[in-house]
Design a protein around this ligand. Structure first.
Ligand code: DQA
Length: 141
């Protein structure tokens, strides 16, 4: 089973970026833990700060992955193109946010992704990614 994780802008700074909101663990360390915990899963990880690269990754991985876990970060709130890409691909997408976007500024309550995703997990920290993996595994069995 292949699961793709796609992270948007500034998530390469997790662990150092506003740790009071996003926590103090870097994504690479978290991904290592995830790979060790789910040894039977093939993980593909992609991060970009560039909107079009995220669209390209969705188009590519949308043909290959059994499921995609997507945190579009700030593009969640602005990108029609990322929403359209999710609607265009075959793979199911789960939207994940580390922070509780609904408890923050009003602009973070808007998502161009949620309506196209299978579901959304927000506010559970990096555990949200793991819960999304569990969901895809449960659907594959
Ligand atoms: C985020 C929430 C977004 O509002 C923000 O722009 C991010 C990260 C999250 O994971 O909590 O960069 O997607």
């Amino acid at each position: 089973m292949k699961i793709a994780i796609i992270n948007g802008p500034n998530l390469n700074l997790l662990g150092r970026r506003e740790p009071g909101i996003y926590g103090s663990k870097g994504f690479d360390a978290f991904l290592d833990e995830l790979k060790a915990k789910y040894a039977n899963i093939s993980f593909e990880y992609f991060q970009s700060n560039i909107e079009g690269e995220l669209v390209d990754a969705l188009q590519k991985l949308g043909k290959e992955a059994d499921g995609i876990i997507l945190n579009p970060a700030a593009y969640t709130h602005t990108s029609v193109a990322i929403g359209d890409a999710i609607a265009a691909i075959d793979s199911p997408v789960i939207e994940v946010h580390v922070s509780n976007v609904h408890a923050r500024e009003d602009f973070r309550k808007i998502s161009h992704v949620s309506a196209k995703a299978v579901g959304t997990i927000a506010g559970l920290g990096l555990t949200g990614y793991q819960l999304a993996v569990d969901y895809f595994i449960s659907k594959k069995m």
